[in-house]
Ligand binder design. Sequence first.
Ligand code: ATP
Length: 229
Amino acid sequence: SFTRFKGELRFENVSFNYKGKPEPILDNVSFNVATGEKLAIMGATGSGKSTLLNLIPRIFEATEGKIFVGGVEVNDWPLKDLRDTIGLVPQQSILFTGSILENLSWGDSDAAPDELEEAAKKAQIHESIDLFPQKYKTRVGQKGVNLSGGQKQRLSIARALVRKPSILILDDSTSALDVKTENALWDALAKEAATMLVVTQKVQTARGADKILLLDEGKVVGYGTHADL
Ligand code: ATP
């Protein structure tokens, strides 16, 4: 059924170079993630991790090879539907001037307040928000409250969860979280049916994934369970 393959992701011999730059940033990358599985992506800075993630919602298009989401090649997806089904949390959290509520519902203005709160709870940010006198109406950004790096990351994760993506992608989005908060986050996310891709520098985080993909200069140099590698 469609549901079974909804969150499936497959890279088939994917290569990529940025326009005007001949050197391959990704070189013949293949892997697959089943619906509900969690894949950790590791590799040195500049190894191509963010580039790989950006190919999935077609922010850039693969130069060679094919990428399938839910069994359908990304090029065959209507772009809006593709981007709705993929929740990509970028490395740098992007918050705009406005309330926490507005920041959470960005891109999904139909979301009900209780859905926003539920996403915030899963992302482990609800308790911090609840401590602000104006709660979800608290302003962030210019003239707003100062959020810590970890709070911004959790707010960005909550924003992605609001849209109930079938594939959730975290690009080093938990780097500023302490171990306890991060564990609580993984526990909450494990209850979601979503497939997850997580770029991380932390061995601890990678160990909790079903599989690890190790990149070096755009090439896959390791792929398997933590025990395999
Ligand atoms: P980090 O861990 O530092 O985030 P990364 O593994 O995510 O690194 P990428 O950000 O994918 O690596 O970068 C891979 C390579 O592509 C780097 O050499 C980088 O300089 C180059 N690169 C990234 N974005 C662009 C761009 N828009 N145009 C040209 N080159 C780019």
